[in-house]
Ligand binder design. Structure first.
Ligand code: ADP
Length: 345
């Protein structure tokens, strides 16, 4: 069942200065997110990701097009219904946005107080949420006494206090170190799995999409340039724009200074093969190269696990007779798509 549906949504803002063109933050976006799904929106800064989130929780009204939650057009809701809608949508932020003057329990209680729940009900729900995020022992602490990961767990508990069906995450792990990021991502997976909450995350971090999302949407200049299964989009983006973006976030293809350093260290030809689960294995590539009597060395690369499927790049330095090297590269490239330094520009 489709829970969130954007149909041909455009959002423009007035020109920042007189005479300038208006800013089109979101440009003709159509998007459907099924109940229970985790959808990631990824793209450069300024692509329109946050605006999409603000359209989903009705903080912004589209200039044209419609936004439906559970079949209801939210652009025409009255104040009372809007409040009910917001109770159905929780949100977490990069900077956590906790109240420093409230304890952990006080922060989680806040949306329940706004919703006018009774004190007993609030106390019960707060205790339940604290247990869910593993912070029962910190109920009386203040945010400044917590680590970043703990703060985000409080943020998640607060966002879920009113029992929403949708959780919006705005760069929720971007301020955290890698270990803490994994911990928070694991908690978000539990939120989805155990509570059945639909999650929409916006991020510029590849790891977040890889570890969390079922589906990914790539945005550029206010438009969706590609969307689909995470593995398909990250391992074989179709449009040139999506290819550019994905290459920029996948760090296992050497570029720039990194490539210069490799070049200085290794004389022969340097080529990068793309390994994509189902199409090719590393063994296929190595066997094809070995057959031609050239020496090769693995000098860079990484294999990513995208929800149990393998995708990555192997950068090899090859040495030997130029003809033999060329033949070896040709043979291996029959298995795996190849990027050669010279063709990267
Ligand atoms: P992202 O989240 O991908 O970084 P945003 O949705 O924040 O992108 O912004 C998309 C574009 O819309 C940017 O050019 C941004 O400057 C512009 N924009 C966003 N919000 C406003 C606003 N309230 N007023 C004017 N321009 C805005």
């Amino acid at each position: 069942m489709t829970l969130i549906r954007l149909t041909d949504v455009t959002k423009s803002y007035p020109a920042p200065t007189k005479g300038a063109a208006s800013v089109v933050a979101v440009d003709g976006v159509s998007l459907e997110i099924a109940e229970g799904q985790i959808c990631g929106i990824i793209g450069y800064s300024g692509a329109g990701k946050s605006t999409v989130l603000r359209l989903v929780n009705a903080l912004e009204i589209p200039t044209s097009g419609s936004v439906e939650i559970d079949g209801r057009d939210i652009t025409t809701l009255r104040e009372k219904d809007l409040r009910a809608l917001r109770g159905d949508i929780g949100m977490i932020f990069q900077q956590f946005n906790l109240f420093d003057s409230r304890t952990v329990a006080g922060n989680i209680a806040y949306p329940l107080e706004v919703a006018g729940r009774s004190r007993t009900e609030i106390a019960e729900r707060v205790a339940e949420m604290l247990a869910f995020v593993g912070l029962s022992a910190k109920a009386k602490n203040y945010p400044e006494q917590l680590s970043g990961g703990q703060k985000q767990r409080v943020g998640i508990a607060r966002a879920l206090a009113t029992n929403p069906r949708i959780l919006l995450a705005d760069e929720a792990t971007s301020a955290l170190d890698p270990d803490t990021t994994q911990e928070v991502l694991e908690l978000l997976r539990r939120v989805n799995r155990e509570l059945g909450i639909t999650i929409l995350v916006i991020t510029h971090e590849m790891d977040v999409i890889r570890a969390l999302a079922d589906r990914v949407v790539v945005m550029e200049d206010g438009r969706i340039i590609e969307s689909g299964d995470v593995f398909d989009v990250l391992s074989a983006p179709q449009s040139a724009a999506a290819q550019r973006f994905v290459a920029s976030i996948i760090e296992d293809v050497p570029v720039g200074d990194q490539l210069q350093t490799l070049r200085a260290r290794h004389p022969g030809r340097i080529v990068t093969f793309t390994i994509r689960d189902g199409d090719v294995t590393q063994a296929d590539v190595f066997a094809a190269l070995s057959g031609h009597g050239v020496r090769f060395e693995l000098i860079h690369g990484g294999i990513n696990d995208i929800r149990g499927r393998v995708f990555g790049h192997l950068t090899l330095a090859l040495e030997g007779e130029p003809d033999a090297v060329a033949q070896a590269i040709r043979a291996a490239s029959r298995f795996a798509p190849l990027i050669e330094e010279d063709s990267r520009g």
